[in-house]
Design a protein around this ligand. Structure first.
Ligand code: KIV
Length: 295
């Protein structure tokens, strides 16, 4: 056998071994090392995009993690998606800790970030740090996300000083929806765009490890990405260093929410409806359970 025909065989064997390792580990990615905040900053430096999705429970988090997502956000969007509230404001600290600890139990690889809910960090830095420590201790998550810029800088600094990694969130910050009065695109005007840029620089300089930008013009996102060292994760904000979506939205489980930025990767609502319909039919017809499904 000549050396030319040996190489492809080795390559095939190596690929098969890798495939076997991936299947055995249950992960769809070969690099199953735990994602860290440090690794995310390296990814930006190396021009690698960061993929982030929300999860609120153990089962979904396990699936999303094994598919190879980089960051799982236990978003306060749990208030809308899991509890059926109109806004993110009603969800409590205890409820966020419940969701985050469920997610943490399902995740081995992704970085798990938990939202600090409304009212737990806006009063003052002391209360913010106390609540931040509670979430970290009781849920076991890796980092926290807070909405806002210069207004919450003392709290962000104090949480960082306590050794807790912080992800910023600027643009359409849903905890301020009552102040905005609308879910329209933010920072279209120069003054608001300038403030957002300066807030992003501040968060990055203070030591936040990443910043989410929600529903702002793509050109502004590009400027932020160029001006801050840390990864910028967009949602309805055009191209950035990474993207985030609410998992129930991108899987097509939520029907009434169709903003322009939302790409649906599945139609699980229809899949579930069909499966439940078939189950009902089978039960009513006494087709389920069969003898093979009985003891
Ligand atoms: O709570 C959430 O889901 C979020 C994302 C939309 C970024 O904050």
């Amino acid at each position: 056998m000549d050396s030319d025909s040996l190489e492809p065989r080795r390559a095939v064997k190596a690929r098969n071994i890798l495939h076997y390792i991936i299947i055995m580990s249950g992960y769809l990615v070969s690099d199953t090392r735990k994602v860290t905040t440090h690794r995310l900053i390296e990814m930006k430096e190396q021009g690698q995009q960061i993929a982030m999705l929300t999860s609120y429970d153990y089962t979904m988090a396990q699936i999303v993690d094994q598919a190879g997502i980089d960051i799982i956000l236990v978003g306060d969007s749990a208030s809308n998606v899991m509890a059926g509230n109109m806004t993110t404001l009603p969800i409590t600290l205890d409820q966020m800790i419940y969701h985050a600890s469920s997610v943490v139990r399902g995740v081995k690889r992704a970085l798990v970030v938990c939202d600090m809910p409304f009212g737990t960090y806006q009063v003052n830095a002391t209360e913010g740090v106390k609540n931040a420590i509670r979430i970290m201790q009781e849920s076991g998550c890796d980092a926290l996300k807070l909405e806002g810029g210069v207004e919450i800088q003392d709290t962000v600094r104090a949480i960082l000083d306590a050794g807790i990694p912080v992800m910023g969130h600027l643009g359409l910050t849903p905890q301020s929806i009552n102040k905005f009065g609308t879910y329209a695109v933010r920072a279209k005007e120069e003054a608001e765009a300038e403030k957002l840029l300066s807030d992003a620089r501040l968060l990055s300089e203070m030591g936040c490890f990443a910043i989410v930008l929600e529903k702002i013009p793509a050109a502004l996102t590009k400027k932020v990405c160029e001006q801050v060292k840390v990864p910028v994760i967009g949602i309805g904000a055009g191209q950035a260093d990474g993207q985030v979506l609410v998992v129930h939205d991108m899987l097509g489980m939520t029907k009434g929410f169709s903003p322009k930025f939302l790409r649906r990767y599945a139609d699980l609502s229809t899949v579930i409806t069909d499966a439940v319909g078939q189950y009902i039919t089978d039960v009513k017809a006494q087709d389920f359970p069969s003898e093979a499904e009985s003891y």
